[in-house]
Design a protein around this ligand. Structure first.
Ligand code: GDP
Ligand code: MG
Length: 161
């Protein structure tokens, strides 16, 4: 069975930017306006030599709906079906939506890699350690737009499969 790796997080945290960077082409749509990524986007990807399915959980039409979906019902099956979950937060802001997702993810914490995004430079490195407070074993800081920390992310993911 090909492992499923899903990218989840509240709108605008950088899921599609990371997805595009990992897949290496602009399949998912990124936009500063929340709500532009539609539905779940699965794509074949290679983690090292391992074929995996990477899923960008953008949400359905309006990202707010997608988010509610994720917490409430439909996309919860994505979490149970995932072999690894890249749970994205950002180093610049933690919101009530993040907290809701944290609660939803608690049962799956064994397979969560907490990805702290928007760590765009050394000045923001110090912000990452605080995210260990959320109780996940694995935390990496990245910048999806600048391509920082991606190797660390991939190495950590490899260790989870
Ligand atoms: P999504 O809603 O979670 O899929 O988020 P997107 O990937 O669409 O990104 C939302 C916004 O955050 C866009 O304007 C991105 O350019 C921006 N963004 C994504 N990653 C980073 C990052 O590493 N650093 C900064 N500064 N901005 C980012
Ligand atoms: Mg998106």
């Amino acid at each position: 069975k090909i492992p499923v790796i899903s990218i989840v997080g509240r709108p605008n945290v950088g899921k599609s930017t990371l997805f595009n960077r990992l897949i290496g082409k602009r399949r998912a749509i990124t936009d500063p306006t929340p709500g532009v990524t539609r539905d779940l986007i699965p794509e074949r990807w290679y983690l090292g030599n391992h074929p995996v399915t990477l899923v960008d959980s953008g949400g359905v039409k309006v990202e707010r709906e997608g988010f509610d979906d994720l917490v409430a019902n439909k996309s919860l099956s994505l979490l149970s079906q995932s072999d690894a979950i890249l749970f994205m937060m950002e180093c610049t802001a933690v919101t009530a939506e993040d907290e809701e997702l944290l609660t939803a993810l608690r049962p799956y914490s064994e397979k969560v890699l907490l990805v702290v995004n928007k760590v765009d430079g050394p000045k923001r490195d110090d912000l990452v350690w605080e995210y260990y407070q959320y109780g996940f074993q694995r935390v990496v800081g990245i910048s999806a737009t600048h391509g920082l920390g991606i190797e660390d992310l991939e190495d950590t993911l490899l260790g989870m499969l």
